[in-house]
Each structure stands twice: as C-alpha cells, then as structure tokens.
Ligand binder design. Structure first.
Ligand SMILES: C[S@@+](CC[C@H](N)C(=O)[O-])C[C@H]1O[C@@H](n2cnc3c(N)ncnc32)[C@H](O)[C@@H]1O
Length: 216
C-alpha cells in the first residue's frame, strides 16, 4: 500500500492556500517518504503558502531528515495582480507587493511541522549557485516560464543523489491542457533525454523521475 499522510496532515494540506490537487499531493508525499530513506534532505522549489511543503515536511519528519523550501515569496508571473491565479490576500498592503511568507509560516505552524523545515527565502538560481550538497529529492514547482523552469532544472537537478527523485509539477504534454505554459513539460523531456533520469510515476501533471545515471 502506498504511504499516506495522517488525516490531520491531509486536512491541513486541503485547508492551505495553493493549487495542488489531492491525488498529486499524495503522489508527492509518497515520493518524499521513499526518497527520505536515502537519509538526505528533500528540497522544494516554489513554497507559495506551504500547501505542498506540508507533505514534504511530514515525509521528512518520518525519515528524520529536513525539508528545504525555496521561494522569494513575491509570486510567479501568473500570480501577480490582474492575472488568473492572483489572490489579493497575498499582497502586503504596506509594501504593495505579494508576500506569501506569513501565510506559509502560519500553514506550517498550524500543522506542527515548523521544526522539520528550513525555508530559504530568495531567488532559486541564486540559492542553487551556492548549494553544494546532495539531495534525496528535488521538487520543481517554481516559476513556469522557460527561463525559470530551465534555471531550476539546471540549478537543482545536479544535486539529486544516485537513486534520489526529481519531481516536476505542471507537466502538460498537450498544449490545450496547460494553464501556465509548457516550460515544465520541456524540462521534463530534457531530464528524460539526459539519460540521467527514469520516470517512475505519473499522477495528473506530477511526474516522478529517479536518478539512474550521472549528469543532467
Ligand atoms: C506554483 S507556486 C508553488 C505552489 C506550491 N508548491 C504549492 O503546491 O502550494 C510557485 C512559487 O514559485 C515562486 N517562484 C517563482 N519564481 C521563482 C524564483 N525564480 N525563485 C524563487 N521562487 C520563485 C513564486 O513566488 C511562487 O510562490
């Protein structure tokens, strides 16, 4: 039977702001539990308000490892005012810009998972540039432009340990199905074509790949 989070964690996931459906969340959780067995940290790119972070945090707690999550907390292109995915509650009225860090911290606190997560607040390529240790899992769910998705792949995929997992969200092979562009799909193809990763599961738009070769 696949690993499943406890009901309170699943309820917290469903209550948190965010876009990930439950079936994809369960697949992410299962990947986190499996990758946690490597004894290495699990890293997410794209925290937003912590909906998916909760699941990686719970998987990390079980494995006795740490979940890391990277975000500048100013929102992606499609989350800005005037765009379909904008939520006015995420705007800091004093600064006039999105700030999802307070909501993220509330999400984690309410679920009792704060101690299992290290939040890296900054631009993903800038953090990746100074990162130098192996990861059990990398979950790519940051910016959906080619520029951002490619930078996330190039910055973080090299750190996935042998046997570790690369999880990519919002992979839409058919252009008519996509909501925020096909850059994640192009990155997914690139990972497969590199020969370094082999697909292990598909759930909705979530793809789980395992590192089975060197390089990216
Ligand atoms: C789709 S949301 C993540 C959703 C989240 N994983 C969930 O399931 O609830 C994408 C997030 O990526 C962040 N982001 C976009 N580009 C980024 C970049 N270059 N560096 C860091 N964060 C970035 C945005 O601020 C946004 O919060």
């Amino acid at each position: 039977m696949p690993a499943a989070p406890k009901p309170d964690i699943l309820a917290a996931f469903e209550a948190a702001k965010g876009f990930m459906p439950v079936d994809e969340g369960l697949a992410l959780y299962g990947a986190g539990v499996e990758a946690g067995e490597l004894g290495l940290p699990l890293l997410e790119v794209g925290t937003y308000c912590g909906r998916s972070t909760l699941l990686l945090a719970d998987a990390a707690r079980q494995a006795g490892v740490t979940a890391l999550t990277v975000d500048h907390h100013r929102g992606s292109e499609e989350q800005q005012p005037g765009w379909d995915y904008h939520d006015p509650e995420t705007v800091d009225p004093e600064v006039g810009l999105m700030d999802t860090l307070p909501a993220f911290r509330r999400t984690l606190h309410k679920a009792g998972l704060e101690e299992h997560v290290v939040a890296l607040v900054g631009r993903s390529p800038q953090v990746a540039k100074i990162w130098n240790s192996p990861l059990g899992l990398v979950f790519v769910d940051g910016g959906h432009t080619d520029e951002h998705a490619t930078a996330d792949y190039e910055g973080w995929a090299p750190h996935v340990a042998e046997g570790g997992l690369l999880v990519i969200h919002d992979v839409f092979p058919e252009p008519e199905d996509e909501f925020t562009g096909q850059a994640p799909y192009r990155v997914y193809l690139r990972a497969l074509e590199s020969g370094a990763f082999t697909e292990t599961s598909v759930t909705g738009s979530l793809r789980v790949l395992r590192r089975t070769g060197a390089g990216i």
